[in-house]
Write a protein that binds this ligand. Structure first.
Ligand SMILES: [Zn+2]
Length: 537
């Protein structure tokens, strides 16, 4: 049996830093938490010894909402992430197209704030890619930029009506201008050639190592199903697992297709339950369904209780409340938890109304959660606890970045600011909190997300106005949510540091409790341990 000792540590578990300074691990489990002498005695002769140098040892972080498959494909495609100007986007697209023989130019990651609210135009992309169809998703993956050849291939013209779950941006004469929102992306995306499975699997493997390097030992792939120009990543995961190559603990959420209607619920639930069993056998627990109820605020596709500022539109709702109220209890009855995407306060309410239809004993046995929860009406805050629904927060979003100030806050208006990312209110109301990054939408480094959860300011901007300071949570609550909270939500072992617990651990290079909160983001992960073994990344 392998053994491991960690000494000179500050140790965090269940919301507190406790007086012990050492941990002994035997095999895959924690044997002792105590003094260095206790730990060395328990580990025995020949144990590997790690000196934490006063750094904080936490349970491994668990990212409860991440898209490794999307990130893997972004890296294979024309990658526009981080391009700071339109000129840089133009030059990246041109040089990618010049070096590619592919029949389509596909990519994404462009920053929507670099373009007008109606998005970039097909004419602009025709200039960059004149010879082939091209489709480039935005950084949020909720909008896509198409050239004229792509629009033509999809048969989208002035006479095409918007799909029920999306919007075609248009010129004055109704002809498509080049940007497609939400479900409208799918009209072009369904035409894309299938990617190479080995390349996608290789990308997921590389990214799983990056998660481990950041201290993340488990995660949920937030959509296993074809959508938005991406394939179902299940096959890529299963290929890696079959060859024993994946480290860390992946889980997945099975995508609920947009075209599901009430008559199709029973067949979908049966199929998802069968997939969950097969995936779990192969090492990919996925007894969760992903239900995307709305879009995002910035493109006015999030579903709001009251209209967007300056208009009378309230956004989009992808499924009727009647369908959601039948679907969620059916999924739970089949043993499947539900992972809802809800950004707007109306989408959050629709989800809670459906969870309320599930018998309370059943609600306790499954692990339902609502991710994103960007806007929550105050009346709905106590319902999370009452209905045993975990708040799956993306904490990195809860600050006023340039995007938030330019594109988000003006659409919400001052009177709704107190509904934004109400993690503090949810915590005070006794809701269970979990955390995730939604990477590649935002960084998966848990210390960056933790920094924002506490300070409500962008990392490295101590003078920036806090976004709803009273909705910040303390450092211990944030780390506990990102470790124990997420592990519990995904049904993963670990999450605590105590004898008998799974030894999934993250060792930070310092103790952020010993420094001002403005410095939390400077914390780096120094080492990661999965099932008692130091991850070699
Ligand atoms: Zn997501």
């Amino acid at each position: 049996m392998t053994a491991l000792v960690i000494v000179n540590a500050r140790i965090f578990s269940r919301g507190v830093v406790f007086p012990a300074s050492a941990i002994a691990v035997r095999g895959e489990r924690i044997a002792v938490v105590g003094t260095a002498t206790d730990a060395r005695d328990a580990a025995g002769h020949g144990a590997l010894e790690l000196d934490a140098r006063g750094g904080l040892v936490t349970p491994g972080f668990v990212d409860a909402h991440v898209h490794l498959g999307v990130g893997a494909m972004d890296a294979l495609r024309c990658d526009l992430a981080g391009a700071a100007t339109r000129e840089e986007i133009d030059s990246r697209v041109r040089s990618f197209a010049a070096g590619s023989e592919a029949p389509w130019i596909v990519g994404g990651g462009w920053d929507p704030t670099l373009f007008p609210a109606t998005g970039p135009t097909a004419a602009h992309l025709d200039d960059l890619v004149p010879d082939r169809p091209a489709l480039l998703l935005d950084a949020d993956h909720h909008g896509a930029w198409a050239n004229s050849k792509a629009l033509r291939a999809a048969g989208i013209d002035a006479g095409t009506s918007d799909p029920p779950d999306g919007r075609i941006e248009r010129d004055g004469d109704d002809s498509p201008s080049g940007t497609l929102r939400e479900g409208a992306m799918q009209m072009v995306a369904r035409l894309l050639p299938a990617p190479d499975l080995d390349q996608v699997a290789g990308g997921i493997l590389r990214l799983s190592r990056e998660l481990l390097r950041a201290g993340i030992t488990g995660w949920q792939e937030a959509a296993l199903g074809a959508y938005g120009g991406f394939p179902d990543f299940t096959a890529a995961y299963l290929r890696l697992l079959e060859h024993g190559r994946l480290r860390g603990r992946p889980t997945g959420a099975i995508w609920v297709p947009r075209d599901l209607d009430e008559g199709g619920i029973d067949a979908f639930v049966a199929e998802a339950a069968a997939r969950a069993v097969a995936n779990a056998r192969a090492g990919l627990p996925s007894s969760t369904a992903k239900l995307m109820l709305d879009g995002i605020v910035e493109s006015r596709t999030a579903h709001l209780l009251e209209p967007y500022a300056g208009g009378d539109a309230r956004g989009l709702s992808y499924f009727s409340p009647a369908l959601v109220q039948r679907l969620i209890p059916a999924l739970n009855t089949a043993g499947l938890s539900v992972h809802v995407h809800a950004i707007g306060d109306a989408a959050v309410r629709d989800a809670l109304d459906a969870f309320a239809r599930v018998p309370s004993d059943l609600r306790e046995r499954v692990r339902n959660h609502i991710a994103h929860i960007q806007l929550v009406h105050p009346d709905d805050v106590p319902r999370f606890r009452a209905l045993s629904v975990t708040a799956n927060a993306q904490p990195y979003w809860a600050c006023a970045t340039a995007l938030t100030r330019q594109a988000t806050l003006p659409l919400i208006g001052d009177e709704r600011l107190d509904r934004l990312y109400v993690f503090g209110s949810l915590d005070r109301a006794g809701a269970r909190l979990a955390m995730g990054s939604d990477w590649p939408v935002s960084t998966f480094d848990p210390w960056q997300g933790t920094h924002v959860a506490v300070t409500r300011q962008p990392p490295g901007a101590p003078d920036a106005a806090a976004l709803g300071a009273s909705e910040g949570i303390d450092l211990a609550t944030a780390i506990d949510a990102y470790t124990r909270g997420s592990a519990r939500l995904l049904g993963l072992p670990g999450g605590v540091i105590e004898p008998g617990a799974m030894a999934d651990l993250a060792i930070a290079d310092r103790d952020p409790f010993a420094a001002p909160t403005a410095a939390i983001h400077e914390t780096r992960n120094a080492a990661t341990i999965v099932a008692g073994e130091v991850a070699d990344v």
